[in-house]
Design a protein around this ligand. Structure first.
Ligand code: PRX
Length: 641
């Protein structure tokens, strides 16, 4: 109640009051678009469709929708049915007739110090040219295109070019490796793949093209590869298959005039693969219409974006965070964004703070793991830089521990920048549980659901958990940016998300709600591990291990890690004839790195003779976890032996 009251009155002076509440300063409240959070929350919950229709009205449509929400086929909800648009129409085309035409869309800094910037006018030109290249390569509306690149400006250009012609992009994070890339190409059946010769990271070159060549040995789907030259290191170019980006863009086919395809609101915009309970990653499908409206509205209200901002989301465009809040929402709001190619600590741990200072970043959005990683170098690094341009901070990807929150608030935000702790998922497309700048904050809580949305914490029987009692987090109202299905597998969509509690969306997270109605996310309850904020499936790590000739069986679990949040620990049963040596353990770690990617490399490999299993043969990971943590093993009556 006290919290509500203060938010309503916009009181507070930016300092901590009481044990753990941080109030917005008068400046923050004064500039906020939504000064009265409660009033808008009340209003929008009474008329959710009115709220979303009003946000949609702020965007451009070729043809207006007939109905905001069609829930006749739920859980396959449809939004803005009958409407025609294209996300590129809102991200680029609309700005070309306004003052934003000459505004910077992107400011890019390479890890090696290279710099580029691009206005909306130039972005349109590059996107149109590349869209025409894709057309000349035979890409048509509805075709899938895989994008596997480093953090260069051509990555958003490639995404936008696909969207412009109605092709469906499938971006595979550049930190993934051969098998992860192969399985995603195979599932999406992309005939065109866009990549780079390599990427700079931590002073080294990640040989993306080499990984592509390996992955393509395992699939016949891809006919054409477009290679953007970033590092200049020589790479193999397969005759008749591989083409240089710059050479294609210099041909007459790359005309700078390209009409934006008029899409149905429900037409797919992209596939994005994410890890779940089984070994095969699933692709969530997001659309042109509802997704646009959802990310636009959340970005506008949560980051309180204005034309003066210089916004920097330090995530990778290859994750949902990058799709929604590096590429699409910032462009839709005509924002100037910073993109940095490399590692936060290269060459020194002040790299990020130098970027904030140099470009006058006003909003910084990053992940707890990065904060913890930078924290360990001490505050002298940020203190040497001028961070006074910052006015708002953000956090995403995993629960932020209060210690990291306070460090971020004090040393980066200088006790005056509210931290928007945004809880959401690849599946949700947009922020779901999040403050806006006027909401009083508690370190570690994403506060309350965004306007119109409702979330609940339930026990195993579907009863609402008592205040502060841990349970399963569910979402009980539909939202426009929700994933529409799992690509080619609607049954999996229903069974994963809509079956545990019929009619409610099951998030896979555990959480609690405190006496002020604030949500606290505890962690995943399925076989997903969040490593440095990246989402990995235990089954993927296990199948990577088992693909090595020495391994008969493997089990992977996540254990707490000071910087990564969680680290992967694995238990391996060797095939007969193989000796459990340190050397073999290292070889297996490298093998997982090559198959899945460096982020998936196990922290530890332990050789064992047996694994705890149920009588039906399922590995009991919770028993392994309990043993590793020295905790009670719980009910083991179903254990096989
Ligand atoms: O466990 C939650 C955690 O990340 C999961 C979703 O991962 P992904 O689909 O990769 O998307 C990450 C970026 C949106 C969630 O189920 N998570 C995400 N944000 C937060 C979080 N946990 C706590 N607090 C957050 N702010």
């Amino acid at each position: 109640m006290m919290v509500e009251q203060l938010a309503r009155n916009g009181k507070g002076n930016g300092t901590k009051e009481g044990a753990d509440l941080y109030y917005p300063s008068a400046d923050v409240v004064e500039r906020a678009q939504v000064k009265d959070w409660n009033a808008l929350a009340d209003f929008s919950s009474k008329d959710p469709m009115g709220f979303w229709a009003a946000r949609a009205e702020e965007l451009g449509w070729y043809q207006k929708w007939d109905s905001v929400l069609d829930d006749s086929g739920k859980p396959f909800y449809k939004w803005f049915v009958g409407g025609k648009t294209n996300i590129v129409h809102n991200a680029i085309d609309r700005h070309l007739h306004t003052h934003r035409k000459n505004k910077l869309a992107f400011i890019w800094q390479g890890e090696d110090g290279a710099e580029r910037s691009m206005s909306y006018f130039s972005l349109n030109r590059e996107v149109s040219k590349f869209a025409n290249v894709l057309k000349a390569l035979g890409v048509r509306k509805g075709d899938r295109v895989t994008i596997y690149m480093g953090r260069v400006m051509e990555l958003p250009i490639a995404m936008l070019a696909c969207a412009k012609i109605g092709a469906i992009h499938s971006v595979v994070y550049g930190g993934f490796s051969v098998e992860a890339l192969h399985s995603r190409i195979e599932d999406s059946q992309s005939r065109v793949l866009i990549t780079c010769d390599g990427a700079f990271l931590n002073g080294k070159v990640v040989e993306l093209k080499g990984i592509v060549d390996e992955a393509l040995k395992r699939t016949a789907a891809v006919e054409t590869v477009v290679v953007y030259r970033r590092t200049g290191k020589p790479v193999h170019m397969e005759e008749g298959r591989d083409y240089w980006w710059h050479e294609l863009m210099a041909l007459p086919i790359a005309s700078p005039k390209c009409e934006t395809e008029k899409m149905d609101a429900e037409d797919p915009l992209f596939l994005l693969y994410t890890s779940g309970t089984t070994g095969t990653p699933k692709a969530l499908v997001h659309t042109h219409g509802g997704y646009s409206v959802g990310i636009y509205a959340t970005f506008k209200y949560v980051f309180d974006i204005t034309d003066e901002d210089r916004y920097w989301c330090a995530a990778d465009p290859g994750w949902i965070t990058g799709h929604s809040y590096i590429v699409y929402a910032p462009l839709m709001t005509g924002t100037t964004s910073v993109i940095y190619e490399g590692a936060p600590t290269y060459p020194y741990p002040d790299r990020w703070w130098r970027i904030v200072e140099k470009y006058g970043v006003t909003i910084l959005y990053t992940a707890p793991t990065a904060i913890r990683g930078l924290m360990r170098f001490g505050e002298a690094w940020p203190n040497r830089c001028d961070l006074s341009s910052l006015r708002l901070l953000g956090s995403v990807g995993e629960p932020i521990n209060p210690e990291a929150w306070r460090w971020y608030y004090k040393n980066i935000g200088k006790d005056r920048c509210p931290i928007m702790d945004t809880w959401w998922q690849t599946e949700t497309g947009m922020f779901m549980i999040t403050p806006t700048p006027v909401v009083p904050l508690k370190p570690g809580s994403g506060t309350r659901p965004f306007f119109t949305l409702r979330a609940e914490v339930l026990d195993d029987h579907g009863r609402t958990a008592a205040p502060n009692e841990e349970g399963f987090l569910v979402l009980t109202t539909p939202w426009p940016a929700m994933a529409r299905t799992v690509y080619k597998d609607p049954d999996r969509y229903v069974s994963t998300y809509w079956t545990k509690y019929p009619g409610k969306y099951f998030t896979g997270d555990s959480a609690r709600v405190d006496e002020d109605g604030y949500f606290w996310i505890i962690g995943r309850v399925d076989d997903v591990i969040k490593v440095s904020g990246y989402r990995l499936g235990t089954a993927e790590v296990e199948s990577a291990l088992v693909s090595h000739p020495a391994v008969a069986e493997a089990a992977a679990i996540g254990l707490p890690h000071e910087i990564k949040g969680n680290a992967i620990h694995t238990y391996v049963i060797l095939r007969s004839g193989f000796e459990p040596t340190e050397k073999l353990a290292e070889e297996l770690r490298q093998h997982v790195g090559v198959e899945l990617g460096p982020i998936a490399k196990p922290e530890k490999i332990e050789f064992v003779a047996k694994l705890p299993k149920t009588r039906s043969g399922k590995i009991m990971r919770r028993v392994l976890r309990a043993r590793a943590l020295g905790m009670p093993e719980g009910d083991i009556s179903t254990i096989e032996d």
